[in-house]
Design a protein around this ligand. Structure first.
Ligand code: AFP
Length: 365
């Protein structure tokens, strides 16, 4: 069967059309998104070449490898992707600064370059432990407004980035899978663009993506089961019990270990993703990072009609306290996420049986 190519608008066309809603806009925002998209295209190219170039494996710094601020071994592609994001985005005069999973502190725009009114937070290569085995990885980014004193030239500090996810102006991710996709929200729903590798353009192929309210598919790393809190155990047990359990239906399970890829599946066909707070390492309240993982993915999922939560509250309402803060994250089909939040809000069986929670316990003799 011959392949028929669909004509679709380009990312640039899409952004120009969005900008027409704001007659005073000067195009800085659009230019910033196009720079981020360019970084993603360059990363897609490096990822696609795989073992043909010397970009797989660990980053070797003086032969000992390098460790990022998270205490994780950096891959060569982590370092390369971080560099691509910085170089592609710093020059245009739209940004006042950036933070990344791979850098300890904020990156200020060098003084010889113009400074702009936005801040960019990004994870340059999410799921990079999958890179050497040729499984999908991605990049995630979040755009915030810079406080006015910073946009006007005052020194940049970490505090400038500590804004809740509700303040995001835009969020997006690129998925480097069988095809490269850019999924973007500028606050008017969620739209998916597929990279035409010959034209080098992101084409609008998935307008107005919506997460179905209900699902029969969940995603969690079950090797952490012994560390889960009671509400998460209860939720997963009920899913596993299937048709004969309290949910009265069978569930399927998927786990890619690249959050971008798991989020994309959920955006395309529904599902729920959990990387909840657990007791594995009491110093870490969750695995995923708030500013450049949980917030942008949460923004996209909510813009698509889904829900994103810590299990206890909407993740977008968490007030960040540090750049690399971790958080428990549950997102996806609305009715499932609300159920998980309900389980967290209900007192546990042990609490319910304890005297303070028991009905009429204060009056018991
Ligand atoms: P890496 O980028 O270090 O591979 O981490 C990926 C990630 O932050 C997220 O994308 C996955 O959902 C999650 O970690 C996987 O964690 P586990 O290895 O504990 O399953």
């Amino acid at each position: 069967m011959p392949i028929t190519l669909r004509t679709a608008s380009t990312l640039t066309q899409f952004l120009i059309e969005q900008r027409r809603r704001f007659p005073d806009a000067r195009g800085e925002f659009n230019a910033l998104i196009l720079d981020a998209a360019m970084a993603c295209k360059a990363i897609a190219k490096s990822v696609a070449y795989g073992a043909l170039t010397d970009t797989l494996g660990n980053h070797e710094e003086e032969e000992g490898g390098s460790i990022n601020v998270q205490g994780e071994t950096q891959k060569k592609l982590d370092v390369l992707s971080n560099d691509l994001f910085i170089r592609r985005s710093e020059w245009g005069g739209h940004l006042a600064g950036m933070v990344s999973e791979e850098m300890e502190g904020p990156y200020s725009i060098p003084s010889h370059l113009p400074r702009g009114k936005y801040l960019l937070a990004f994870d340059p290569l999410d799921g990079s432990s999958n890179i050497d085995i040729n499984v999908s990885v991605g990049s995630i980014f979040s755009v915030l407004r810079a406080p006015s004193h910073v946009a006007e030239g005052a020194p940049l500090s970490a505090t400038d980035f500590l804004q809740p996810g509700t303040e995001q102006v835009a969020a997006g991710y690129a998925l480097y899978g069988p095809s490269t996709m850019l999924v973007l929200s500028v606050g008017t729903g969620v739209h998916g663009f597929t990279l035409d590798p010959v034209m080098g353009e992101f084409m609008l192929t998935h307008p107005d993506l919506r997460v179905p309210d209900d699902t029969q598919e969940f995603a969690i790393n079950a090797s952490n089961a012994r560390f889960w809190e009671a509400p998460v155990k209860r939720y997963v047990d009920e899913c596993l019990a299937g048709k004969t359990g309290p949910r009265g239906k069978d569930f399927n399970m998927r786990w890619i270990a690249s959050m971008v890829a798991d989020a994309h599946r959920i955006l395309m066909r529904g599902g729920v993703f959990l990387y909840p707070r657990d007791t594995k390492d009491p110093s870490k309240p969750g695995r995923l990072r708030l500013l450049y993982e949980a917030n942008p993915v949460g923004f996209i999922i909510e813009q698509a009609g889904g829900r994103a939560s810590t299990g206890r509250k909407p993740v977008l309402r968490v007030q960040p306290s540090s750049l690399h803060q971790r958080v428990g994250l549950v997102f996806g089909s609305k009715n499932e996420v609300e159920r998980i939040e309900r389980y967290h809000a209900e007192p546990s069986k042990a609490e319910a049986e304890a005297p303070l929670f028991a009905e009429r316990s204060l009056f018991r003799c």
